[in-house]
Design a protein around this ligand. Sequence first.
Ligand SMILES: Cc1cc2nc3c(=O)[nH]c(=O)nc-3n(C[C@H](O)[C@H](O)[C@H](O)COP(=O)(O)OP(=O)(O)OC[C@H]3O[C@@H](n4cnc5c(N)ncnc54)[C@H](O)[C@@H]3O)c2cc1C
Length: 263
Amino acid sequence: MRVVVCIKQVPATQDVVIDPETKRLKRENVAAEMNPFDLYALEEALRLVEAHGGEVLALSMGPSQAAASLREALCCGADRAILLSDRAFAGSDTWATSYALARAIAHLGGVDLVLCGKQAVDGDTAQVGPGIAAHLDWPQVTYVSAVRQVADGALTVVRLHEEGHDVVRAALPAVLTVVKDINVPRIPTLRRCREAHRMDIPVLTAADIGAEAACLGLEGSPTRVVKAAPPPPRRGKTVVIEGPCDRSADRLVSALRSLSLIQ
Ligand SMILES: Cc1cc2nc3c(=O)[nH]c(=O)nc-3n(C[C@H](O)[C@H](O)[C@H](O)COP(=O)(O)OP(=O)(O)OC[C@H]3O[C@@H](n4cnc5c(N)ncnc54)[C@H](O)[C@@H]3O)c2cc1C
């Protein structure tokens, strides 16, 4: 099976700054890393291809620096990596980003499965995976915590939600977004990293993937950011309960009662 893993490069810091004029994150001169959730998507793709044969393609849309996260994916075992990079993509919102990624996936051809992280830790919208599925008109399953079976042109997965989980069957080709419970990502070997550093990462432009200019960048983005601000710092208070177990348990019960967490 041919599996595409969508990988976003994100700032490697919690101290993101919002530009007051554009109301967008300032990404210049900030150290970057692969979106942590995408590592789990990549690991799942590698396991599926190890079990069923095929290839894993890592795909990212971003500036040339995003190639570093793709190189990381190659180190982990992805067979190929492709960077979507073009001035025409700058200023794209989640709709336009999903459109460009979907166009690239259609351009690659023969893709059976697209795996995304459940969300990116900077933008945090969790919209891009479902957006890709909508643009491709493929089934989607979000918050997947296990892939149980791949057979007869369909997959059966476990999907987490607030009240528990669902077991869902979806026809292929499909798009999944995954949560961290799905696996434990492997640690790349030195040998594979050496190989990965010699591998070519082709760059595709908007013209290469046949994307319409009117659907890209600021012009192609229906989102209007009215206001953006970092959330206020958390004001949590830590209480340490010490002493012998029997007395600590009583004090824990009193503390929980005082917070109305138990009756
Ligand atoms: C008006 C507007 C203008 C913007 N301009 C810019 C800009 O100029 N530059 C910029 O960097 N951002 C820009 N953004 C932010 C950008 O649209 C989002 O970062 C992007 O669409 C991803 O959304 P998200 O971070 O919420 O990802 P989520 O939807 O939370 O990500 C979920 C998953 O989708 C996949 N994914 C997400 N983004 C990518 C990607 N780029 N490549 C591959 N896979 C991906 C990953 O698997 C990820 O785990 C803009 C946003 C708006 C609203």
